[in-house]
Design a binder for this molecule. Structure first.
Ligand code: SAM
Length: 284
């Protein structure tokens, strides 16, 4: 079980860094299951974020046409190269994923898949970058994340986990929880449970928006003060510049109770609301 990963850590005398989220997978069965979820074929170009010493990269390299592995920590690169020695279809990039332009990559079939056992300190920024930055070349993303984050991604309106991340993930993709992974499958063991989640990128968005940035501003405003009613939360978000009366009138048009909180609105309702608010800003 994950003998290679443990051996490499010893051989290169690696001190794993908590601040970089370095919890390495040592369970080969879990590795195989993650790669299964991504449905990798030899036509695929796979981008792996944070390969570490390559616990998962080896399995990806066996199945994909090409793997691009982006690792921030240069201390790990020699061990990673050692582990991947026999594969000629892997490019290792020693960079922060936040500085990589994902759009540059195209696989044989056109699109790319992203697979990662994500560093937990930066999960949401990485996912938001992948969703937002015009990455229309991504088909499927499979991530290991903290269990609670997976719950937030799939949460439906009215549930306590439903928030801005749920709306963003569900606007861009169809999220599906695959399976849970306990701490003992990693070295060192994380203090939290983990879940593998598959995000299948939508070819067309589930709702029509007049202005996408405006939609996400409304969502951010609504969840920024989630204990307040939607009317107060939107009114207090000064960048929107809306009076309470205006907001109430629009909610009435949409058949939404004026005492409703943002967390009860579906993505469709957020879309209708933001479109009407946007239109009224254009008229003024
Ligand atoms: N894929 C390996 C595995 O499953 O064993 C390692 C996963 S570990 C949870 C996260 C990896 O991401 C670490 O190797 C860490 O150095 C790397 N990492 C952390 N922040 C990063 C960033 N901003 N860009 C690229 N890699 C990063």
């Amino acid at each position: 079980m994950g003998v290679n990963t443990k051996k490499l850590i010893q051989k290169y005398n690696l001190k794993l860094t908590k601040s970089l989220g370095q919890n390495f997978l040592i369970d080969d069965n879990i590795v195989k299951r993650i790669v299964d979820v991504a449905e990798i074929t030899e036509k695929d170009l796979v981008i792996e974020i944070g390969p570490g010493v390559g616990s998962m990269t080896v399995e990806l390299a066996k199945r994909a046409g090409k793997v691009v592995a982006v690792e921030i920590d240069k201390r790990l690169i020699p061990a990673l190269e050692d582990n991947l020695g026999e594969f000629s279809n892997v490019d290792i990039i020693n960079k922060d994923i936040m500085d990589v332009n994902i759009n540059e990559f195209r696989g044989e079939s056109g699109n790319v898949k992203v697979v990662a056992n994500l560093p937990y300190y930066i999960t949401t920024p990485i996912i938001m970058k992948l969703l937002e930055e015009n990455n229309d070349n991504i088909d499927i993303m499979v991530f290991m994340v903290q269990k609670e984050v997976a719950q937030r991604m799939v949460a439906s309106p009215g549930k306590k986990d439903y928030g801005a991340l749920s709306v963003a993930v569900q606007y861009y993709t169809k999220p599906e929880k695959a399976f849970d992974v306990p701490p003992h499958c990693f070295v060192p063991q994380p203090e939290v449970d983990s879940t593998v989640i598959k995000l299948k990128v939508n070819e067309t968005p589930p709702v029509k928006l007049m202005d996408k940035d405006y939609f996400f501003t409304v969502v951010k405003a609504a969840f920024g003060q989630r204990r307040k009613t939607l009317v107060n939360a939107l009114h207090n978000f000064k960048a929107l510049g809306k009076s309470k009366e205006e907001i109430k009138e629009i909610l009435k048009k949409l058949g939404i109770d004026e005492n409703a909180r943002g967390e009860t609105l579906s993505i469709t309702q957020f879309a209708e609301l933001s479109n009407l608010l946007f239109r009224s800003s254009q008229i003024m």
